[in-house]
Design a protein around this ligand. Structure first.
Ligand SMILES: Nc1ncnc2c1ncn2[C@@H]1O[C@H](COP(=O)(O)OP(=O)(O)OP(=O)(O)O)[C@@H](O)[C@H]1O
Ligand SMILES: [Mg+2]
Length: 487
């Protein structure tokens, strides 16, 4: 009896040992990989396959654009890391490493439950003489079900990758540029603003974000409606509230180039048409300070030309997928034809800084989530005092070495602004009283607004300058640099 138990015990121990050994063998070596490959090989034998070629050059020896897309797609596959031979290259950014399938190597992909493979076939020859082809191998039974959506999927993925990789450019209209044979001159667009760094109401920011996202996905929708695929935004608000920074953030978010139309350099209506014809799709076309140009009549472009541009009549000739942005300080003086729905899809107001924006700025500029001086700042804001976000930002940058000093400076500047506003109201009232007896149109216009020349505001500016001077005297050398830049 004892010997039978010992016998079975020994057998059990041996089974466990064999199991552990097999496990070790499988995981320490490439046996699992070999087994998997063997299974795939066997599966492949019992299926009929179809092969589809994507050559690099078409029958006229021109580049086949689809080859480029397939290459981008294949090189982005996660299974590339498992391929037997892969080339490593640096990408556009110096710390980027890009994988590239080696010649005559195969990589596998899965789509809607079907397994396909791509082989990078390279014919004999040198450089451009050797024929390069991507060969797609697909099971005949899967072809009808997945081929079309799979090719569409390749298009979408490669477009997204190319969009992410491309360098965003800023185009400015100049006099005729012989180098580019056109009116636009471009520079890399390196503005640091992003949607995260813009201080604005978070609900509004999310609304704009989802509006932009849904615009990106609506090509079919717009085309089904017979509309040009464009979206127009009006950014309006006082100077220094972040309108231009927001345009930069939008461009970064969409990875679109920016065409900044300087209306003072447009000679007439047909010149504006020419400029717009030379813009590419996937771009933001911006006209800044439209209210000023229309009010001062400092542009040779007529209202109807601007309206045509907004309606996309011109844009439809040169591809769509455009975002149009107009910025202005106030939309009160603007012709209602410009603002009507369909011409401007979304109006975004950029108000002067309030307590919420201030908290947002304090967080990003000073790294402060909360501070004992916050209630005092809130109180000053509640009393009606305010400054532009740019002004508050400058005070914070100048005093970034000491958050408490920064907050105190903000409070002092806000209080000075509050006093200046109150004084401005009193003087305004007195002047309007005397103006009723003595007509002085020029001055009454000045006092009504928040103009630089009004004495209380001049006082505020002086005080503001003093504040910055005082704080720059106290801070270290690095801060002094920024103070100068800020000026
Ligand atoms: N809402 C904001 N969030 C973050 N930074 C801001 C904001 N508003 C202004 N700034 C900062 O202030 C500076 C000026 O802002 P910007 O040029 O975008 O203002 P603007 O509204 O376009 O002014 P203008 O009407 O005079 O052209 C920028 O450097 C920006 O960083
Ligand atoms: Mg601006």
């Amino acid at each position: 009896m004892f010997s039978v138990i010992a016998y079975w015990f020994l057998i059990l121990i041996m089974i466990i040992c064999v199991f552990v050994l097999v496990r070790l063998l499988l995981y320490r070596t490439a046996l699992i990989y070999v087994l998997k490959n063997g299974l795939h090989w066997m599966e492949d034998r019992v299926h009929v396959h179809q092969f589809l070629k994507v050559p690099e050059l078409n029958e006229n020896f021109q580049d086949n654009q689809f080859y480029r897309k397939v290459k981008t797609y294949v090189n982005s596959l996660a299974s590339m890391e498992d391929s037997d031979f892969t080339n490593l290259f640096t990408g556009k950014k110096s710390n980027d490493i890009v994988l590239c399938l080696d010649d005559n190597q195969t990589v596998h992909d899965e789509f809607l439950g079907a397994r396909v493979s791509w082989t990078n076939e390279v014919g004999k020859g040198n450089g451009r003489d050797c024929s390069r082809t991507f060969v797609l191998r697909i099971k005949k039974k899967d072809k009808r079900r997945i081929l079309r959506p799979y090719l569409q999927h390749i298009h979408t993925v490669s477009d997204e990758i190319e969009q992410r990789r491309r360098e965003v450019k800023l185009y400015m209209n100049t006099q005729f540029d012989h180098q580019t044979n056109g009116r636009w001159r471009s520079i890399p667009f390196t503005h640091p603003s992003t949607l995260d760094t813009i201080a604005m109401d978070s609900d509004l920011k999310n609304k704009v974000k989802s509006d932009l996202e849904s615009f990106l996905k609506s090509k079919q929708y717009y085309h089904r409606l017979g509309r040009v695929w464009k979206r127009s935004y009006l950014l309006y608000g006082p100077s220094g509230t972040g309108k231009s920074s927001f345009v930069a953030a939008m461009a970064k978010f969409l990875s679109y180039d920016v065409y900044d139309v300087d209306l003072s350099r447009v000679s007439d209506n047909s010149d504006l048409t020419m400029l717009l014809l030379q813009t590419t799709n996937k771009s933001i076309v911006v006209i800044e300070d439209l209210d000023r140009f229309m009010a001062e009549k400092s542009t040779a472009v007529s209202l109807s030309s601007i309206l045509n541009f907004m309606d996309g009549i011109v844009n439809s000739c040169c591809g769509d997928e455009k975002v149009l942005v107009f910025t202005m300080n106030t939309k009160e003086q603007i012709d209602p034809a410009i603002l009507r729905p369909g011409r401007i899809d979304l109006h975004i107001h950029f108000p002067l800084c309030d307590f919420n924006s201030f908290k947002c700025m304090a967080n990003s500029y000073l790294g402060l989530k909360d501070h004992k001086l916050f209630p005092q700042v809130e109180e000053v804001f509640q009393s009606g005092a305010t400054l532009s976000t740019a002004e508050i930002g400058e005070i914070m940058i100048s005093n970034r070495g000491s958050p408490s000093r920064a907050l105190k400076s903000v409070i002092t500047a806000l209080q000075a602004n509050g006093d200046a506003r109150a004084a401005s109201k009193v003087v305004g009232r007195r002047r309007s009283e005397s103006a009723s007896s003595r007509v002085s149109s020029e001055e009454s216009v000045e006092m009504g607004g928040f103009k630089d020349s009004s004495p209380p505001v001049r006082e505020l500016r002086k005080l503001y300058g003093l504040l910055r001077l005082k704080s720059s005297n106290k801070i270290g050398p690095s801060d002094q640099d920024t103070t100068q830049i800020g000026r």
